[in-house]
Design a protein around this ligand. Sequence first.
Ligand code: HEM
Ligand SMILES: [Cu+2]
Length: 578
Amino acid sequence: MTARAVAKATPEPHHNRHSAPQSFWRKYVFSVDHKVIGKQYLALGLFMALVGGFTAYLIRWQLAWPETEVPGWSYVEPDFYNTMVTMHGTIMVFFVAMPILLGAFGNFLIPLMVGAPDMAFPRLNMMSFWTIFTASCVLMASFFVPGGAAAAGWTGYAPLSADPVYTGVDWGQNLWILALALEFSSFLMGGVNFMTTAINMRAPGLSLFRLPLFVWMQMTAAVLFMLSVGPLIAGAVMLLLDRTAGTGFFLPARGGDPLLWQHLFWFFGHPEVYVVLLPGFGAILEILPVFARKPIFGYRAIVYSTIAAGALSFIVWAHHMFISGIDARLAIPFSVTTILISVPFAIMIFSMIATLWGGSLRFPTPMLFALGALATFLIGGVTGIFLGSAAVDIFMHDTYFVVAHFHFTLFPSALLGGFAAIYYWYPKMFGRMLDETLGKLHFWITIVAFNCVFIPLFLVGMGGHMRRIYNPLQYDFLKPMQPIHEFATIAAIVLLLGQIPLIVNFFWSLAFGRRAADNPWQANTLEWATTSPPPHENFAAVPTVYRDAYEYSLPGNATDWLPQHVPGPALKAQEQAA
Ligand code: HEM
Ligand SMILES: [Cu+2]
């Protein structure tokens, strides 16, 4: 492409300059800098992960050794168990996965990857963080109100959630609704910012199909979230009215319909699982080509598959409701769309594997996590197809098979993908390298322990073991499965303890880690074209983009990488051809 064509390919980047803040408050607390906001989201997400992890510990202990005293705690009473299950899901999906994958990495990376000085709306960005911060405080506060925190499941099914008589939880459930409403508005603000920045603030030459796939994934996630959350916000208001104003939208006793809530929840809920999944995939897709030293295989196929999966995600929701009493004839179209949606995912997975094929693979910690995520996600995706078949789901629904399925999808994408992202972009964020030995230790404990927790749960699920029960020993037919529960719980404790190397590494490296070069992994995308960490407003001068994001091992090039912003042999060849 000639320089003129490059200039024509994208609109003039839109400048939104603000001078570097000086005071402590403006710099670190009420900062409008996307990099600081990204780190704030990361801190919040990691903190909430500790809380979420602790709830998992209580749940697993109770399942393995029911009604014994939990070490470091006391007894888990039945009502408290319900609260733990509810808060575990709520915290992990809305206050860990979303803040880390979208809030932290979306914020930190989108402006850098598109060559922009900041987000399009920096103040809105700041507000989005402080809104989710408030949401987290509300959620945490709900543990301490009379009656305790929400206990109607992370899906908040009515009528459980609609009338305090069922769970004994009064204000806790109201605060749960409030916390979610605040969280939703935070990510609506974030989504507007992500879209606008990625579309309007691209550097000259950075056409849409030259964008790193991570940006595509974040954009798609933002659109899915913005389009699906509206009905649930309406539903949440109705639920709150049922609880406080005597309406009966979801209460059969007042003429309402509890199924309506399930529809509203899952119309949002299924796209939502992709909101979490896609950014995790985006991180993996950035990492694989760098450590395989190969261009990504099927860039456009991945982009189109992502959009197709996003569109399909709006017409699969009733696969969560096959046994909720929906018309049996309706189950068939929802089975078909559900099984269809695995096709675009299969394309993405094949592209990832083909990217690795024949590459000169390197295995630093980010690559290990990316490969681990790819391998474990396969199990999650395949078991989803089983569940998508209504006939199978009639047996499997509400068993531990479902629990194992969604942990095998969310854990690889959100946690393993998130860890891969932390190890890969930490040098850019903090200017230091993480320690490789601790990183590898963290990886191996995590991947082995994770599989030991959740593969057994597929087995007990197939054995008919119901999910969300307080004491499995109350049922004779479940008793033979108890050793499996004990095994899974021991593995879960190992998994939780296995996160200590990450915590140590994170803080130790902040102070003592090896200083990071600007481009320590020899990668091509624009975030590596500036210093580590990047200065205020990111780039000394707006970079110009000359090529696709993944031109590794290009024949005739002196190095095996060719950054997007460096004019080079490929450009010359193209110009000669023109
Ligand atoms: C190939 C793609 C997938 C298919 C076909 C699929 C299918 C299903 C089906 C049919 C169910 C309902 C099972 C039941 O309740 O009886 C389900 C549950 C679930 N799936 Fe998937 N799934 C897929 C991918 C994913 C992904 C990528 C995620 C998250 C990143 C995910 C997260 C969940 C969650 C959280 C639940 C259960 C929620 C609950 O009841 O608490 N799934 N899946
Ligand atoms: Cu679903």
